[in-house]
Write a protein that binds this ligand. Sequence first.
Ligand code: C2E
Ligand code: MG
Ligand code: MG
Length: 703
Amino acid sequence: MLGEVGARDRLVMVGLVVLGLLTVVAGVVSGRSTITYVLNKDVRDAALSWTAKLEASLAGPSRLGRGTSDKSSLAPRMLDKDVQVLDGAALRERFAGSEDKPATLPPDRGFDDESFNLLGGLDRMVMGWATRRMQGPKDDFVSKLEGFAVLSPDKTPLALGGALSPAAVQSMLGRPDLAAAFDGALAKDTIAIANAPAGGKADRVAFVPVSEDGKVMRVYAFTMDQTAAAAMTNIALTVVTLTTSLLIVMGFSVPAAIASRRIRERWLAEDQIRFLALHDSLTGLPNRLQLRQHLERGVARSKRHGQLLAVLCLDLDRFKDVNDTLGHATGDALLSEVAARLRDNVREVDLVGRLGGDEFTIVGEDITSPDDAMRLARRVCTALAETYHVNGHEVTISASIGIALGPVEGEAVDVLMKNADLALYRAKQDGRNTFRFFEPAMDAALQKRRRLENDLRTAMRKNQLYLDYQPQFDLATGRLSGYEALVRWWHPTEGEIPPATFLPIAEETGLIAPLGEWILRTACAYATTWPSDTTLAVNLSPAQFKTQDVVGLVRKVLAETGLDATRLELEITEGLLLQNTDAVMETLKRLDELGVAIAMDDFGTGYSSLSYLTRFPVRKIKIDRSFIETLGISPETSAIVSSIVGLGQSLKVTITAEGVETEGQAAMLRKWGCDQVQGYYYGKPEMEVPGIGGRKLDRPLVA
Ligand code: C2E
Ligand code: MG
Ligand code: MG
């Protein structure tokens, strides 16, 4: 990410340097053009000025009229050059009538250089005036006069001065470019400047036509030396260019550096945003969005190459316990460590992402057979199972993995993710710390579960649920002691659905709270119609303790129905006591204080920790029917059941045996001194409690 910014920054810097260099080059080029322009303009202005002076000097009627050839008197002083009149007569003739016909010089319209029209135009608009203002005295020119000639339109020299000799004039006009310049000046009646050196030090020649009545009468030729001026101007140019460049670079680079910094900061921020949009902030792994995009491309690739692709959905087993017992900081550190191990254990072509919480996904490409995916899953399971050292704690955790192989038809990405998730669900159900491949049957099971979930909502709305009541008896006296309420669902098309099927759905969807409340209220209301020495047992799901204020609910229902608290028994399972001991302990204690009895249901199937029985206010233990089932068949169960009964007696806790189906089972329980019995042998769960006023036992307690 930062590498990208660096590269872009370098690009910007290079761009700035190139721009700076271009600016300097442009400055030099335009400086050069300006110098050429200024020098040419100087030539022109000088030529015009000198022509005017020579005109005034040569055309003076008194002097010409006198036919004198006095060189000194003819020489205009400011030119500081000797004038040699070659042909006085012709000269006079050329000046004839000068008194009444004023001679005109080419108009002073700024420098007319066709190769540099833009600058000329600008000069005409603005600079001509400015340069003239700044030039000071008119005859202070940088161009030095080398020589001059007054020529008749047919190129005959009439007068000469300075370095120009008749031979030099001849050789000058013999050159085609200079001859062309002369002709141009003559034809257009405009000043013409040529660069070609005309011998000596001169490097410029200017031809200035002088006309009378629109007809060119004579042409002045000036040879000039600009070498000193050019050298000086070059130095000036260099200094000016360097200074300007320095100013430009400074004026340009400071804002450019600031701008570049701002751009860099913005790019960094944008990169950060882009990174966050595609990555999980805790582990830095690709998030759901990026994973999806990657999977879409992966599916397309594997279809193209006819290869397999594996999606592994991974979920840490009992990660919540880590969070609950060691705190969220340790949980987060563990997740980061898990992410690192996952990254280390996949190939470069594979992608590991975090979907959130303790859920990760691996997309494996280049898979040739399901075995490859299995090996990957095994490797990951093994790597994750090793002990972690996080925040000073030693933690072990396992993972369950669901694997789906693709490509598949339809919305491949969604289907693959869903299938892998179903397989994960199965891996969890099959005892965790393992992996399962997706099978179509899982999908069917899920569909059914979804349907049931919807139907359960409807069932609760439409009163399709009801309660059965199963009697419980005192084994010693045969007296009916009470009933256990058991919820039932009669599905309109599927018939009876067992609570073991729909209760987990209610627990997962949160429907257990309203359902549990309805059960408690219905059963309590019914129990008020029973004899006052009959108890009512109601089962509570662990999920109710998480989502509901159980004490408040019980208190409210008892008040509403008027059932005496001492007649109510709440059955809980051992799993509840593992949840959040302090909160559960508090709830159970307050229920006990209300006078409600707590019964430990399905005892023996969970952790069967005896410490619970002393720490929690448990008044009854219900031995699970799986033990009663094998009584008399397995000597071990007989030993277990007899010792649980003995334990109850010493702890002064009532012992109830569930699922008593046979006479033999009942006899053994009676022998050991079990307090209560419940089971098909004595009475099945029924919708109604028969014979209010005391249900009669329809069979002897012991044969
Ligand atoms: P549980 O609380 O242990 O309920 C006893 C279960 O054993 C009931 O099954 C009952 O019909 C069955 N049973 C009773 N005597 C015999 C017998 O002699 N032989 C056999 N084979 N079975 C016998 P059910 O009604 O299917 O309930 C299963 C479990 O569902 C219950 O076990 C309880 O954990 C839960 N459950 C039932 N009703 C409710 C309820 O209203 N609320 C909550 N939270 N859970 C309930
Ligand atoms: Mg029960
Ligand atoms: Mg039970």
